[in-house]
Design a protein around this ligand. Structure first.
Ligand code: 13P
Length: 248
């Protein structure tokens, strides 16, 4: 069985006092043990050391991005080497907000995933279609192409979690139905079986993201191919604990 995984993507939110409050709430939360669920929270870069220093030891931290190769003259970027230096174990790559607002191509995201893994980071790799792409029937083509750009550059999937995040569900309150999520997760797993290996397909965790909250997580988590969540807005609130508890 695949271990449940819940990530909290704080995006570009928080000030020091608020960050401390969120962490205090997380630290008090009653959740299943770390052999049942992996919990990873992803504050903005500037808060990573603070969050890491305050956060309970059974939860881990993730950066929201990193540079595509070794650091150097790349103004505004943060390298994988720096994250490793700060003992940040995880990084989110390929989030749709970066693909769409910052024009990150699937090849660029694939290169980032490969580089981050090569430095020892674990990666939450995000894929997902826009509303227009869904309505034109190309959901699987899009998700497969984004995943292929990673598969072309990576052979060991042990340290990758795939986050399926349909763009139309992100921050909209329009959560995918359990049936919609399960359908894409199962198709993506089948794609992995054919294009990587049956072993990768069986073991890689595919988590869902897009308007997940404390009220809808349980039903989504019951789907056989939904192995957890990447949560945006609700990860800043106490209900994140309820979402973690949908692991059991
Ligand atoms: P919301 O949960 O706010 O819809 O965001 C989802 C997301 O983009 C997580 O990475």
């Amino acid at each position: 069985a695949r271990k449940f995984f819940v990530g909290g993507n704080w995006k570009c939110n928080g000030r020091t006092e608020e960050v401390k409050k969120i962490v205090a709430t997380l630290n008090e939360g009653l959740v299943p043990a770390s052999d049942i669920v992996d919990v990873v929270v992803s504050p903005p870069f500037v808060f990573l050391p603070l969050v890491k220093s305050l956060l309970r030891s059974d939860f881990h931290v993730a950066a929201q991005n990193c540079w595509v190769k070794k650091g150097g003259a790349y103004t505004g970027e943060v390298s994988a080497e720096m994250l490793v230096d700060l003992e940040i174990p995880w990084v989110i790559l390929g989030h749709s907000e970066r693909r769409l607002l910052l024009n990150e191509s699937k090849e660029f995201v694939g290169d980032k995933v490969a580089y981050a893994l090569s430095k020892g980071l674990k990666v939450i790799a995000c894929v997902g279609e826009t509303l227009e792409q869904r309505e034109s029937g190309s959901t699987l083509d899009i998700v497969a192409a984004q995943t292929k750009a990673i598969a072309d550059r990576v052979s060991d999937w042990t340290n990758i979690v795939i986050a399926y995040e349909p763009v139309w569900a992100i921050g909209t309150g329009k959560v995918a139905t359990p049936v919609q999520a399960q359908e894409v997760h199962a198709e993506l797993r089948e794609w992995l079986k054919v294009n990587t290996s049956p072993e990768v397909a069986a073991t890689v965790r595919i988590i869902y993201g897009g308007s997940v909250n404390g009220a809808n997580s349980k039903e989504l988590a019951a789907q056989p191919d939904v192995d957890g969540f990447l949560v945006g807005g609700a990860s800043l609130k106490p209900e994140f604990i309820d979402i973690i508890n949908s692991a059991t």
